[in-house]
Design a binder for this molecule. Structure first.
Ligand code: PMP
Length: 365
């Protein structure tokens, strides 16, 4: 038998059948994957794996959308610097898009988000201006406005831009409709940061799949929507102050200290069926389980969304179909509580294994 005998190694791939002219054309079309061991036998639980995007998160979609919309409208001039306030993934996405298209990019980011994100952006050629953790997302946002005004830079405005939810209507939602065509979809589960993913997908699902229940999750200690307290706003829908229901939480990229304008319309139109509070620690455990039991590697927000999906699955009727968003890759969290307890040196079990055979013991390094 030769190595190429298909029966010996039946797994083959075909290529995508096309050549890409830019990395940016590979954004979107992320796979929906079934989770088997962490779901009851009689329920089909799927995840939409956004870490397949080229810069590793759902925010690549927003980045290309905002930049190309600004190019079309003339708001962004050739070679002009782009600036944005970000909890990281938007910054990484924008850094990629700006690198590919030749715009300088500056991110403002609170010190509370993981250092990996800073390094990734700088690696992609961006400048990262850190803002104090105590000033929360709002301080980071105001710093971006200040720098944009002072320098005549293009401010991406992910929290207010129509290009945010729109890209999810035109891509994420369309992909879900296509992948579940001819099948049922009982629940779609997501959290929110800017609310772009939720607003865009929910708008389309309400129209095309009105039977699908939309579950929107929030950190248990920052239930801004559940509180019912109205967000104060200033010019252009920008937040005018920190929301009273906000408390700092560990779910990077979720629920800033204000309700973004992008999210507001979908709240007003009640494009969700249920709000699901989640404890960050539960999400961290769910993310670890996804990695160890399924080989699916996502961050804290993905773990939180998945924990909520598991709760639904636990009491769902037989045959229920659930789809859960996984916004980014777990590699973005090496320095965060997600990796707490994951060491660099060998533990006692590994040392015992190493010394159980004669060769190549690591004595001291
Ligand atoms: N999870 C992570 C890790 C994120 O970075 C973001 C975006 N800030 C989200 C979830 C939420 O996505 P959206 O902004 O579309 O609501």
């Amino acid at each position: 038998m030769s190595d190429t005998d298909p029966h010996l190694n039946p797994r083959t791939t075909e290529g995508r059948g096309k050549l890409y002219s830019s990395i940016l054309d590979t954004i979107g079309d992320t796979p929906v994957v079934q989770v088997k061991k962490l779901a009851p036998d009689n329920v089909r639980l799927y995840v939409k794996a956004e870490f397949f995007n080229p810069a590793g998160s759902v925010k690549d979609r927003l980045a290309i959308s905002i930049i190309e919309e600004a190019e079309r409208s003339g708001a962004l001039k050739p070679g002009q610097t782009v600036i944005e306030a970000t909890s990281g993934n938007t910054g990484v996405g924008l850094a990629m898009v700006c690198a590919a298209k030749g715009y300088p990019f500056v991110a403002t980011m609170p010190t509370s988000v993981s250092v990996e994100r800073r390094k990734l952006m700088r690696f992609l050629g961006a400048k990262v201006i850190l803002t104090p953790k105590a000033n929360k997302a709002m301080g980071c946002y105001l710093k971006a406005v200040e720098l944009a005004d002072a320098n005549g830079w293009f401010l991406a405005r992910q929290f207010e831009s129509d290009a945010n939810a729109l890209i999810h209507e035109n891509t994420t939602a369309r992909e879900i409709l296509a992948d579940f065509a001819g099948d049922k979809l009982d629940y779609w589960v997501t959290g929110y940061g800017t609310g772009g993913t939720f607003s865009g997908v929910a708008k389309v699902l309400r129209k095309e799949r009105p039977e699908t229940k939309i579950i929107l999750s929030e950190p248990i200690n920052a239930q801004l929507i559940e509180s019912g307290v109205v967000q104060e706003r200033g010019e252009g829908g920008a937040p005018a102050g920190t929301h009273p229901a906000f408390e700092p939480h560990l779910i990077q990229g979720w629920t800033p200290d204000f309700i973004p304008a992008v999210l507001q319309e979908s709240i007003d139109q009640k494009r969700f069926d249920e709000l699901a509070p989640i404890d960050a620690q539960e999400g961290i455990e769910a993310s670890k389980l996804l990695a160890r039991k399924e080989g699916i590697f996502t961050g804290i927000s993905g773990g939180c969304t998945f924990a909520v999906a598991q709760e639904i699955a636990a009491t769902a009727a037989p045959g229920t179909v659930i789809l859960c968003m996984l916004p980014d890759t777990g590699e973005r969290y090496l320095s965060s509580p997600l990796f707490e307890g994951v060491g660099e040196a060998m533990n006692s079990e590994e040392i015992a294994l190493s010394t159980s055979t004669p060769g190549f013991h690591l004595v001291d390094e």
